[in-house]
Design a protein around this ligand. Sequence first.
Ligand SMILES: [Zn+2]
Length: 281
Amino acid sequence: MPEGDTIFRAARALHRALAGKVVTGFETTLAKLASVDDQTPVTGRTVERVEARGKWCLIFFSGDLILLTHMRMSGSWHLYRTGERWRAPRSAMRVVITCGDVQAVGFRIPVAEFHTARSLERAAHVSELGPDVLGAGYRIDEAVRALREYGRSHPDAEMGNVLLNQHVIAGVGNIFKSEIAFAAQVNPFRRMQTISDRELERVAEIAQRYMLSNVAESADNANTGTRGTTGSMDRSARLWVYRRQGQECRRCGAIIEMRKQGTGARSSYWCPSCQPLIESD
Ligand SMILES: [Zn+2]
């Protein structure tokens, strides 16, 4: 699943390319979108803005029409000059938005819905997101409160799974889950009831810092693999623990471990010495 920073970057690029422009062509292979487009055509509307919310990308058109997309594991938005050859096969195309000489193409997008402002408010999957680590309004105390409240109602939930739960905090994906837990010195398998407020604060603060540093303008080409948390410029040393099982911890030299976690069996990586497993009483 793409991390929130990938969606944020994609939304920013789409916004820069499309905002203020009139749609001159709209094409989709998705029946639900096509039927809305038949009733209330997208062509002729102006793209007002493009936003990321958690892992959702929202394209706002004039006349109260919003295209909501989620990339899951496979989807992506590409930008092209109109007429330019696509870097993915036509069979993977789901949505094409043409604005004169620029074209946004959504490939293999698994979830796409049209909304009005009103129906978007009622769309629980978007409106009930937790504090968005990449949102301008993100506040560490609010994120701590959201984590603590979730921990109270789910005392046995494991930290690693909670970090991926977009309804608790939004925007963290599987790579950053392990990196944030490492930097906060919290074992991803610890249950919420064992985690102190001070630790939750570290998690909430580091989540924002890591995600923001990966959307900084200088990291704009991070899709090519420059994503990092250690601050190292050396490509092979950019992450603390992710995909480093069997190698030495960069901080203490212990051997990094990996185990599948949660219903989605997502890989979690940790240092058993920096992040000891603290069991509940
Ligand atoms: Zn260590």
